[in-house]
Design a protein around this ligand. Structure first.
Ligand code: IPM
Ligand code: MN
Length: 375
């Protein structure tokens, strides 16, 4: 008897965005499609023109229907948002933050992983030392937008921007982070390549809360209490606490101490740029805005790098690695692993540098190298 098995198809919303966003997104899609044909699923991409050019042409930052349209997809693949002719804040708040909020992508997952052959500014550190994940809370804290200015423009001017966290927000983020530790270290961990027990110098299976309990005695008190209460449900996960300033210090001096770091929105924003630099820079740093029960959005964590627009010199590996994270979230673990392995071969044997214009290859050649390695 013959049976036809429908090929699994994922609907992707692709937002190339501004600056070099379209160039890196194209290479990301090239690699995603190569992975799809190899692993027997289909990707059905649909492009959206959200970004600076659209805003300058129409005056509209994001159509009202955008979040609703995004919900009709399995995932969102984003290039970059930010345009030199648009005042800072308009596009970031109006597109990126709005989508994160409206789609309730309450986790920002940012792996800090040094690929083979990639130069790190941390002397003596190798791929086995720099391999951890930051779980950044992604919809609350200082980003909530609670505050205001009064007496603007006068010498008496007052500005307030509040760090707002509910127990609910903190708890769901912490639970995600504890689960993330387990996912990295169970024997059948989908986080392949990250499960080697020797790598974290005895600190395997550890969650570090990054806070500031000595000064932010309300907000990080809430985080700390919730952290240790939830920890009781995860006896297999070691817990650790670091103030955010000390976290920065250890991320530079002893990055091998970290396994998973969980933190609030603002601290997470700051420490992941530091983390990105330690793994070779923005050219290779990937991230995902995740709603574990909804539609997630994957993006390179660097910006639109407008000065390199259209030159074919920007590094697409961050976008390509974001694509791997996208597939992992969709459950296509084999394909995600294969992309990361292909990237590791390309960084280890081909690219001269991660920096724009110094890779030894053009943007599209790097995409070809990874896609070729996959096939
Ligand atoms: C990031 C960015 C954004 C943030 C900006 C562009 C709003 O820096 O994704 O880290 O602060 O979250
Ligand atoms: Mn940032």
């Amino acid at each position: 008897m013959e049976r036809t098995v429908a090929t699994k198809t994922y609907k992707l919303a692709v937002i190339p965005g501004d600056g070099t966003g379209p160039e890196v997104t194209a290479e990301g899609m090239k690699v995603l499609q190569a992975a799809a044909s190899k692993f027997g699923f289909r990707l059905d991409p649909r492009q959206y023109d959200f970004g600076g050019e659209r805003y300058l042409a129409t005056g509209e930052v994001l159509p009202e229907s955008a979040a609703e349209e995004m919900r009709a997809h399995d995932a969102i693949f984003l290039g970059a948002i930010g345009h030199p002719k648009v005042r800072p804040g308009i596009l970031e708040k109006g597109i990126l933050l709005r989508l994160r909020f409206e789609l309730d992508q309450y986790i920002n997952l940012r792996p800090v992983k040094l690929f083979p052959g990639v130069e790190t500014p941390l002397a003596g550190k190798k791929p086995e030392h720099i391999d951890y994940v930051v779980v950044r809370e992604n919809t609350g804290g200082l980003y909530t937008g609670v505050g205001g200015i009064s007496m603007k423009g006068t010498p008496q001017e007052v500005a307030i921007q509040s760090m707002v966290y509910s127990r609910f927000q903190v708890e769901r983020c912490l639970r995600y982070a504890f689960d993330c530790v387990r996912r990295r270290h169970t024997p059948d961990a989908p986080w392949k390549g990250l499960k080697d027990a020797d790598r974290h110098a005895g600190k395997i299976g550890q969650l570090t809360l990054c806070g500031k309990t000595n000064v932010l005695t309300y907000v990080y008190d809430l985080w700390e209490r919730a952290f240790y209460e939830i920890a009781a449900e995860y006896p297999d996960v070691k817990t650790d606490y670091c103030h955010v300033d000390a976290t920065c210090m250890w991320m530079v001096k002893n990055p091998e101490w970290f396994d998973v770091i969980v933190t609030g929105n603002m601290f997470g924003d700051i420490i992941t740029d530091l983390g990105a630099m330690t793994q070779g820079g923005m050219g290779i740093a990937a991230g995902g805005n995740i709603n574990p029960a909804g539609v997630s959005m994957f993006e390179p964590i660097g910006g639109s790098a407008p000065k390199y627009t259209g030159m074919g010199v920007i590094n697409p590996l961050a976008a390509i690695c974001s694509g791997a994270m996208l597939l992992r979230e969709l459950g296509e673990v084999g394909a995600a692993d294969a992309i990361e392995e292909a990237v590791a071969v390309v960084t280890g044997t081909k690219l001269k540098s991660m920096a724009a214009g110094r890779m030894g290859y053009s943007t599209s050649q790097v995409g070809d190298l990874v896609a070729g390695q996959l096939a």
